[in-house]
Design a protein around this ligand. Structure first.
Ligand SMILES: Cc1ncc(COP(=O)(O)O)c(C=O)c1O
Length: 480
């Protein structure tokens, strides 16, 4: 391809992607609405795309920018002077590293556990799976969505290496009682990680105006580590998060070096070895440009817009906000006449993407909405779209599922679910024609099927789906 063809092809490839800007995509992306911040981010991505964070002595500029970002985060999150940090590729990597550091700090414990509320992010499930740390789940208050400190305390054991709280939870935007949880963990000499991936760059600004908002930072002595994502409410390009530890000693087990092979000496703070310096440089550029005062303004506006949205949702028949959200996220539930998955399809038809969340123990199925700065001037439009979408969804009713499909799905056994079973199911569900897997425009029937299944069965189906989807992409690309 020549230059123009490549550009045109790139443009065409994006045609079916969700929009990253404009404020109508209410998950996955966070738009500051500040054109210059975006432009600076893009410039830094381009300038640093080929640098390598593999070795901080080879590219000292990356080390410098990383230290600047960590200092900013530590100030924001009340870190003591000894606070140390690492810039990682995202929230999940920050969480993986917090868990592995907690595990490796206790080599005396053969079968480590971690205690987390059922509302904690799935990244902790992934960490448990990767690192062999058994999760112990504590029920949350199903009215407020908040972790219950006494349940968390009851779940802590001799072999517990980490206790987790969210500020706020992704699914419902609820801040856990971090002070109580961290204090109990500290009394048992257990580490306490606060997952502030989504709220860590926003809540501190809100707390400046509203001291009633609960504390969640290093101001609480028992908090040992905090994750905060730059690529969410720092409004930086994707690929940047920060993991802070209260002291270098707490972080030490996270660090890795290898000199027992014939190549270069390997020294890593993160899971990735070779890593582009681009997301780090872009995060540095954007945060320097936006700065503290502007972040405070954006946070206030987002919070106010979220409150207006919550109030507006309360006035729409069939809809309610789940739990007691306190930041910039809202989870919407429906009554028995409103299927939220149909609502998601109706919203998408009106240009708004809200993210379906399946039912879980104690939690109804909901739609997740993350409000970012670019959505602020569009709350009235969003409420209009919601009103129209609710009307259509109630009129349409929940998706009618093929009884043969339902019977097949209900009889599935996750332990013996194989490619042939997936193939048959995809065919029955109309997701496959002529051997090609394709998602329908309206996803409500697929979500309705998943919603009725147990988590292990859902996971078997989803893994089967991903496996097929990614094989297909490889086949398609090799044939073009
Ligand atoms: C509270 C929380 N923790 C962890 C994560 C995982 O972050 P990432 O998707 O950047 O890996 C998210 C993402 O939304 C989150 O909201």
């Amino acid at each position: 391809m020549d230059v123009d063809q490549v550009r045109a092809a790139l443009e065409a490839l994006r045609q079916h992607d969700l929009p990253t800007h404009g404020g109508q995509t209410l998950a996955y992306v966070y738009d500051s609405g500040l054109e210059e911040a975006d432009a600076l981010g893009r410039e830094a991505l381009a300038a640093y795309g080929s640098t390598n964070g593999l070795d901080p002595t080879a590219f000292p500029s990356l080390l410098q920018m990383e230290q600047d970002l960590i200092a900013m985060a530590a100030r924001l999150l009340d870190g003591p002077p000894e606070t140390v940090g690492t810039v990682t590729s995202g929230g999940t990597e920050s969480i993986l590293l917090a868990v592995v550091a907690a595990r490796d700090a206790r080599p005396d414990i053969g079968h480590p556990t971690m205690v987390l509320p059922t509302s904690a992010h799935a990244a902790f499930h992934k960490a448990a799976h990767y690192f062999g740390v058994r999760p112990i789940f504590a029920d949350v208050d199903t009215e407020t969505g908040r972790a219950i400190a006494s349940r968390m305390t009851d779940a802590m054991q001799e072999d517990t290496v980490l206790v987790v709280a969210s500020a706020p939870s992704y699914a419902h935007g609820v801040i856990d009682p971090v002070t109580e949880i961290a204090t109990q963990a500290q009394a048992r000499a257990i580490r306490c990680h606060v997952d502030a991936c989504i709220g860590g760059w926003l809540l501190p600004y809100l707390r400046r105006d509203d001291p009633e908002l609960p504390a969640f930072s290093f101001v609480i002595p028992g908090v040992t580590s905090i994750s905060v994502d730059l690529h969410k409410y720092g409004y930086t390009p994707k690929g940047a998060s920060i993991l802070l530890h209260r002291t270098p000693q707490l972080r030490r087990p996270q660090l890795f070096s290898s000199a027992a092979w014939p190549g270069y000496t390997m020294i890593n703070t993160t899971i990735q070895s070779t890593k582009s310096g681009a997301p780090l440089a872009a995060a540095w550029a954007v945060t320097q440009y936006i700065g503290d005062e502007e972040y405070a303004r954006l946070a206030r506006e987002v919070h106010e817009a979220t409150s207006n949205l919550i109030e507006g949702v309360g006035d729409i028949d069939h809809l309610r906000v789940f739990g007691e959200p306190q930041s910039s996220l809202v989870a919407i539930a429906g009554d028995d006449q409103l299927d939220v998955f149909t609502l998601a399809d109706e919203l998408l038809a009106r240009g708004w993407y809200a993210q379906p969340q399946l039912r879980s123990v104690g939690f109804p199925p909901t739609l997740h909405l993350s409000i970012s700065a670019a959505t602020v001037p569009r709350i009235a439009e969003l409420l209009d779209a919601l009103r129209g979408a609710v009307k259509s969804a109630v009129a349409a009713g929940p998706p009618v599922l093929d009884p043969v499909l339902v019977a097949t799905v209900d009889a599935l056994d996750p332990s013996s679910f194989d490619d042939a079973a997936f193939h048959e199911l995809a065919r029955l569900a109309g997701l496959e024609s002529a051997g090609t897997l394709a998602l329908p425009n309206r996803l409500a029937p697929v979500n309705a099927i998943l919603d009725r299944l147990s988590p292990p069965l859902r996971e078997a189906l989803l893994t089967g789906f991903l496996d097929r989807l990614t094989q297909q992409s490889a086949q398609t690309s090799s044939s073009t």
